[in-house]
Design a protein around this ligand. Structure first.
Ligand SMILES: O=c1ccn([C@@H]2O[C@H](COP(=O)(O)O)[C@@H](O)[C@H]2O)c(=O)[nH]1
Length: 226
């Protein structure tokens, strides 16, 4: 895997625009993250096109269903050779075990703990008591014991999780180069540098690059902070 930890989230509706953006910033990122929006619009064909950019592909599908269905979905995307795939830790231990078993040796499977768009009041509204930090640690434990490679969490939790899972692979989205500014739907944000210093393995950056007036300059500026 390329040592630049930044994965660009390509949450764009058009395949040609996504590919053009990826090519433009390719020298200043370490990989490409393709999510639900991209996969629903462009499917396998889109992923295979994006492979032509020549960077590792992170399929952020956040699979969450019964174990048999998630394992079958993992088998169906195996042909796309993703470097990383996400499932939801809330799907439970058996689902995560079966996802990992179906993924094959070369694909890291990481579990989303608490989405970075949620805060304590959002958790309470779903019936989960306590704060996002404690919930992320609880779900990280479950993912670890299920044999996954790591988790997705915010930059606020990654240092705490790394203390209890030293060789884990930690994906951190919700990054804003100027923390607190223009965070949009993200509620638990830190800067890319703060996330890296806290122990993130992968830094997911979307709109701060994709919606910048000059995406190349934005990618270079983020890289320079790391
Ligand atoms: O908890 C999570 C899990 C995944 N994401 C994804 O990361 C990117 C972030 O995009 P920005 O534009 O940088 O906010 C996006 O694709 C999400 O689906 C997340 O934000 N939080």
């Amino acid at each position: 895997m390329n040592h630049n930890p930044v994965y660009l989230a390509l949450d764009l509706p058009r395949l040609d625009a996504a590919e053009a953006l990826a090519r433009k910033v390719a020298g200043h990122i370490g990989g490409i993250k393709l999510g639900l929006e991209f996969f629903c619009a462009h499917g396998h064909h889109g992923v295979l096109e994006m492979h032509k950019v020549g960077l590792p592909i992170f399929l952020d599908l956040k699979l969450h269903d019964i174990p048999n269905t998630v394992a079958s979905a993992m088998q169906a995307i195996h042909v796309l050779e993703p470097a990383i795939v996400t499932v939801h830790a809330a799907g439970g231990r058996a689902m995560m075990e079966d996802a990992k078993a179906a993924a094959g040796e070369r694909c890291k499977v990481v579990a989303v703990t608490v989405l970075t768009s949620l805060d304590e009041s959002d958790l309470a509204a779903t019936g989960v008591g306590g704060n996002p930090h404690d919930q992320a640690l609880r779900l990280a434990d479950l993912a670890h014991s299920a044999g996954l490679d790591g988790i997705v969490c915010s930059g606020h939790e990654v240092a705490g999780v790394r203390k209890q899972w030293k060789d884990g692979f930690f994906v951190v989205p919700g990054l804003r180069p100027s923390n607190g500014k223009a965070s949009g739907d993200q509620k638990r944000t830190v800067t890319p540098r703060e996330a890296r210093d806290a122990g993130a393995s992968v830094l997911v950056v979307g709109r701060p690059i994709s919606r910048a007036e000059d995406p190349l300059a934005a990618a270079i500026a983020i890289e320079a902070t790391l």
